[in-house]
Design a binder for this molecule. Sequence first.
Ligand SMILES: C[S@@+](CC[C@H](N)C(=O)[O-])C[C@H]1O[C@@H](n2cnc3c(N)ncnc32)[C@H](O)[C@@H]1O
Length: 296
Amino acid sequence: MNSKYSFDNKLFNDTKAPNFSKENPKPDYGRVTSKYLKYRKQLPEEFFKYIETLIKQIENSGNKKKIKILDIGTGPGLIPIEIAKRFGSRVDITALDISENMINTGEKLANKAGVKVNFIKGEAENTELSSNSFDIVITIRAWHWFNRKKALEEVKRVLKPDRFFVIASYGMFEGKVMYITKGFIRKYNPTWNLIEKVKYLHKNEYIKQLKQDFSEIDLKVFYKNHKLTQEYWVGYIDTTSAVAANPSFTKEFIQRFNKEHKELLGKEFGKNQLLNIDYRCYIISSKLSKKIKSRL
Ligand SMILES: C[S@@+](CC[C@H](N)C(=O)[O-])C[C@H]1O[C@@H](n2cnc3c(N)ncnc32)[C@H](O)[C@@H]1O
């Protein structure tokens, strides 16, 4: 089966709105909410440590109130819930996503965990949140899905002066397993190139875009090795835009895809052998200076 769902290279070359259409639909992560919870459990420790340094920096600058954090493209809220668990009394978190399914799931998860996160259904490009109201805006594994030009204007609007914007991503993009899986994905989805784009994008486009208005841009990259079962790896890939979040793939097709993917891994690595996966996390932090903010 050839997917109609493809990624046009041009889509990532500038900050213009991605040209999604009926033939090239935007992934629908609402389709994968429950799988997302099961197969995207690894959260990068480094990210939370980094957020803590920003919280401390704001607290040390004489801020006496709770630090207000906004997460855009939050999915089922895995990250804001973890932030609330770790720094609950010091922060007040809002988590926004375009998918109602994701927002509803996030609310349930936060209740179950006994933490407070304010979930909102909304668009990154037009959040309808108050101006100058957040100390830290974060976006994780999501910036590439937005109209980045509009979304950045929105970040600048809702962010307080001298405060932080953080773009982060983490995923299992390196190594032999990914190489084999990528070849398999392309059999059905020949132009799927998100992995390369996510991997290299930050180096040029994101930082270039941030440099226009933000200062103190800081890039950190971390790698970590994971040993995963083949079932888990198939499930993880299933949650991506290459498979189940792809709105043009049917349930039956996805089942067949996963079965074939698992068989291939068994053949390549030996049935039931654990897979060695390199996990990469990058964090780009930036600050919106008072000077720039006053010009907006
Ligand atoms: C790959 S998921 C990342 C979820 C979460 N940040 C994480 O790392 O687990 C991308 C999320 O962005 C959301 N999204 C896509 N376009 C959006 C938009 N324009 N505004 C808000 N959310 C959007 C999707 O619904 C999806 O939940």
